[in-house]
Design a protein around this ligand. Structure first.
Ligand code: NAP
Length: 251
């Protein structure tokens, strides 16, 4: 028996067309899953092409998840294309960098709406389907700022603390019903989200010096942990926030 086999499983990956979500979608597909890729722009097709070239099914759902009214169609479209949902990865997220004293209300609301509110409501909508089938795996993407305060990103920090709270609250309700709810907290990873940090020589060296692994993470570093949390291998894990950070948090 291969504990990590995802053949026959259907996964929704939000923000699955690029960045960390793109790598997670490809990782799950390599393990056998078919993938519903949720994107607000619909512009990037490379992940879709890579998954279908592997012989897996993929489907692109265009939805701005920051608007609650767009969430039900993510579920209904996935069900109409694939017939069921076994795995949900809540990965879509944005960051707005300005000091707390100047943090615009709109920036706060935009970040909270996407990074936290959409995570709860999508968990709720998909969770209802998983409760009916008596099984499911939910993986929410947290952050180092689930544990720390960060600098100049108060809304982001609040949202990512919220992601851990949602993960634990739902894990407690659903662990006995066949649904595992866990989170991955990536460390400092090379994506568009961190381009500004990497371009700032001072911040870049402050960050690098604290990473025991001696390098920024790559999107591919999340593939193994995501497959693990999506598979039978993690059936007794519940409410965990798994750091994938090159050792940042233990420093
Ligand atoms: N990079 C890091 O170091 C790091 C560390 C910890 C946590 N994270 C988290 O990892 C997740 C992915 O970030 P990333 O680093 O891969 O950054 P990214 O390349 O900027 O990706 C952001 C993702 O969110 C999606 N997205 C943005 N607005 C959306 C909306 N309104 N509706 C639906 N999807 C939307 C984007 O998809 P489209 O553009 O296709 O819509 C994209 O896939 C985020 O939750 C982020 O907070 C990143």
């Amino acid at each position: 028996m291969n504990l990590f086999d995802l053949q026959g499983k259907t996964a929704i990956v939000t923000g699955g067309a690029k960045g960390l979500g793109g790598a997670i979608a490809i990782g799950l597909a390599k393990a056998g899953a078919d993938i519903a890729i949720v994107t607000s722009s619909g512009k990037n097709r490379a992940v879709y092409d890579q998954i279908t070239a592997m012989g897996r099914k993929a489907h692109i759902i265009v939805a701005d998840l920051s608007k609650e009214e767009n969430l039900p169609k993510v579920v209904s479209e996935t069900l109409s294309v694939f017939g069921k949902i076994d795995i949900l990865v809540n990965n879509s997220g944005i960051i707005r960098r300005t000091p707390a004293a100047d943090h615009a209300a709109q920036d706060w609301h935009d970040v909270i709406d996407l990074n936290m509110n959409s995570v709860f409501f999508l968990c709720q909508l998909v969770g209802r389907e998983m409760l009916k089938q008596g099984s499911g795996k939910i993986i929410n993407i947290a952050s180092m700022l689930t544990f720390q305060g960060g600098i100049n990103v108060p809304g982001y920090t609040a949202s990512k603390h919220g992601v851990a709270g949602i993960t634990k609250a739902l894990a407690n309700e659903w662990a006995g019903k066949g649904i595992n709810v866990n989170a991955i907290a990536p460390g400092y990873m090379e994506t568009d989200n961190t381009a500004a940090l990497r371009a700032d020589a001072d911040r870049n060296s402050q960050i690098m010096v604290r990473i025991p692994a001696g390098r920024w993470g790559t999107p591919e570093d999340l593939q193994g942990p995501a497959v693990f949390l999506a598979s039978k291998a993690s059936d007794y894990m519940s409410g965990e926030v798994l750091c994938v950070d090159g050792g940042w948090m233990t420093r």
